[in-house]
Design a protein around this ligand. Structure first.
Ligand code: PMP
Ligand code: GLN
Length: 387
């Protein structure tokens, strides 16, 4: 066969950097600060709720939009934390992780030739799903140290072909939390151009230093044009369960559901009631979770600084980005490939999330959603790099 097996739309996408780096960690036995997953499980009572559901026979296809109990819990969560009112029947869709919600939304909402405005560095599945939808990405670059939006670059990213803005806040990989003024700026373009917004808010509960997460949909004129996506993986430290959701206007949710039903149809039957229970945990759970992760942020940032890297302290998420140039390296990809051997640590090169490779070349992402002793061991190994 002359023709490559993989569709040209995904030419150049290969294996995800997360899979590549986790395989490297497994192969070398290095500490994995690459892929973002916690090394301890979430609440025991929620794990037990899955066991109980399995034993009670919750093992067949759940309803297409998700079980009513979970849809009500998602609506309740949006009201409790963000003051957003949703009808669980029609404005809430349960998906197989945020990943499926993002894919289904982009495939549902875009026509070939449409443009999607997003920010780089961008989460890898955005580029792939935009490409699968036959759309084109128009990126706005967030540059350290400030990671602020360049208003001119933002304005220039919009055109008559813009269909939607795809916004991730809190932002992976940088840990940036878009502030209200930046959100206002994005919202103004959306309203002016009459374009949609799709938001990825999977780190909504990981916002540090007293900041608050502001959903784009809560800004004036945005509720009617925003599909908001989140997931249970990060918030409850069960990244392998893959229960996510999309919420917003009926028409956007219905369009997303139409695609979703042909991707997975449904998923995660015994996890759905457990996540419904998790979403109802008291405020203290969410506050403790955030405080615990903030302490880990501080711990790893201090360790990376002590190791000589330039650290861009994240305002949220699981991740910290560092510049490796003070260590005498300038290419993050080469650095990350050597790191297991040189220091017994795995990290993720940020340049793979940029179209402007030069902007990301010296940047490396480290995950701090790990036990304290693991963070400390990784930091002391990194300190030996220059020794
Ligand atoms: N969006 C971002 C920004 C992420 O970091 C991740 C990784 N967890 C996802 C989406 C995917 O979420 P899920 O695991 O729920 O599919
Ligand atoms: N979201 C996780 C990260 O950014 C990884 C998820 C994945 O492997 N697709 O590291």
């Amino acid at each position: 066969m002359d023709r490559p097996a993989l569709t040209s739309r995904l030419h150049g996408f290969g294996t995800t950097i997360f899979a590549e780096m986790s395989a490297l960690a497994a192969r070398t036995g290095a500490i994995n600060l690459g892929q973002g997953f916690p090394d301890t499980d979430g609440p025991e009572e929620i794990r037990e709720a899955v066991v109980a559901a399995l034993r009670a026979g919750v093992n067949q296809y759940p309803p297409g939009p998700g079980i009513p109990e979970l849809r009500r819990a998602i609506a309740g969560h949006q009201r409790r934390f963000h003051g957003i009112e949703l009808d669980p029947d029609g404005e809430v869709l349960v998906t197989t992780g945020a990943t499926e919600a993002i894919a289904a939304a982009l495939l549902a909402l875009c026509e070939p030739g449409d443009e999607v405005v997003t920010f780089e560095p961008y989460y890898d599945s955005y580029a792939a799903c935009i490409a699968l939808a036959g759309a084109t990405r128009r990126v706005v670059t967030l540059r350290p140290p400030g990671l602020t939006i360049d208003p001119e670059q933002l304005a220039a990213a919009f055109s008559d072909r813009t269909r939607l803005v795809l916004l991730n806040s809190p932002h992976n990989p940088t840990g940036k939390v878009f502030d209200r003024a930046e959100l206002e700026l994005i919202a103004a373009h959306c309203r002016e151009r009459d374009v949609l917004a799709v938001t990825d808010e999977v780190y909504e509960h990981l916002v540090f230093d007293g900041r608050t997460h502001v959903p784009l949909s809560t800004l004036p004129g945005m509720a009617e044009r925003t599909l908001s996506i989140s997931s249970a993986g990060k918030t409850f430290s069960f990244t392998g369960w893959k229960i996510g959701w999309a919420t917003g206007p009926r028409e956007l949710v219905a369009a997303t559901q139409t695609v979703k039903q042909y991707l997975t149809y449904v998923g995660g039957a015994p996890f759905q009631p457990a996540i419904a229970q998790a979403l109802g945990l008291p405020d203290g759970y969410f506050a403790d979770f955030r405080a615990g992760m903030e302490a880990k942020r501080d711990r790893l940032c201090a360790g990376l600084r002590a190791a000589g890297l330039t650290v861009f302290e994240p305002a949220g998420t699981y991740f910290v980005t560092a510049d490796i140039r003070p260590l005498g390296f300038d290419d993050g990809h080469a650095f990350c490939l050597q790191l297991p051997e040189r220091a017994g640590v795995v990290a993720v090169p940020t340049q793979v999330f940029y179209d402007d490779k030069d902007a990301g070349r010296p940047l490396v992402r480290f995950a701090f959603c790990k036990r304290d002793e693991v963070i400390d061991e990784a930091a002391s190994r990194l300190a030996n790099l220059t020794a």
